[in-house]
Design a protein around this ligand. Structure first.
Ligand SMILES: C[S@@+](CC[C@H](N)C(=O)[O-])C[C@H]1O[C@@H](n2cnc3c(N)ncnc32)[C@H](O)[C@@H]1O
Length: 254
């Protein structure tokens, strides 16, 4: 039964590029929660969850067009700004507000970064001011996006940057690094199962982890701090935060 359910989800056009281990993990949980659920109902529920944790954030950015424009103008920052704005205007505001400078003043300038559940955040590489030989490794669960990112790294000649098609809850990255980014993704991890973010944090071999939340609605400054107090428990430390206009970054020394 479970294999049929997984195959049905992965054969849908919208979900064919999602990592099979994400679909499997979601299917296992949904079937365990309701032993009487029909295959069709389970497929529907899994698709809904995949929409919530992934598809919901993407508005059909044209990868081919973006790559062509990077090839034509690899050094034009305005071009990266244009595509980043299309992806996430608030993230553009954060980077223009020097969020990386502020974060790295606390963590030190990293030589190796892991970007977990990266989405299209690698487009912000232009604002990180890393050394040319810095290493930057990204992870997400959608194959087309990962292919796009690897081609982008090739075009901008960042030889030590790679994107991996990997579900980081099922398989926590083992690489040692200075900093791990978990931007706007802890809510997705917790949505899948409460406690996932701590599981990932505890498994990482990095000196720091930086977790962000968009500031809106109940997540004003106090709301964000409360969210992290609850999430991180005794690992919460008042001194490690960076507040950008619309984004709150919590820094965790591991
Ligand atoms: C709100 S987006 C944030 C993307 C990016 N970090 C940013 O800040 O722009 C959440 C991302 O988490 C990814 N994601 C969700 N669960 C994941 C998992 N278990 N492993 C890897 N990526 C995951 C989704 O595919 C999506 O790209």
């Amino acid at each position: 039964m479970i294999n049929e359910v997984i195959n049905k989800v992965l054969s849908a056009k919208k979900y064919e590029n999602i990592h099979p281990s994400t679909v499997k993990r979601t299917a296992e949980r949904i079937l365990e929660e309701d032993e009487k659920i029909s295959d069709d109902e389970a497929v529907k529920k899994i698709k809904k969850e995949l929409y919530t944790i992934h598809a919901h954030y993407y508005n059909g950015l044209d990868y081919k067009k973006a790559l062509n424009s990077f090839r034509k103008n690899p050094d034009n920052i305005k071009n990266y700004e244009h595509w980043l704005r299309k992806y996430d205007n608030n993230r553009l505001k954060s980077v223009k507000n020097d969020c990386y400078g502020k974060i790295f003043r606390i963590t030190g300038k990293p030589r190796v970064i892991l970007d977990l559940a990266c989405g299209l955040n690698p487009l912000t590489l232009q604002w990180m001011n890393l050394d040319k030989n810095a290493e930057y490794y990204c992870y997400d669960i959608e194959k087309n996006m990962i292919n796009f990112l690897n081609e982008y790294f090739r075009i901008i000649k960042m030889k030590k940057c790679s994107a991996f098609f990997q579900d980081v809850v099922s398989r926590i990255p083992e690489m040692k690094a200075d900093v791990a980014f978990i931007f706007k993704a802890s809510t997705c991890f917790e949505w899948q199962k409460a406690g996932n973010t701590m599981k990932v944090l505890n498994g990482l071999k990095t000196k720091y982890a930086v977790i962000s939340l968009m500031m809106r609605g109940e997540y004003n400054l106090d709301g964000c701090r409360n969210y992290f107090r609850k999430l991180l428990g005794e690992k919460y430390d008042d001194s490690y935060e960076v507040v950008s206009e619309k984004e709150y970054f919590r820094i965790l020394k591991k």
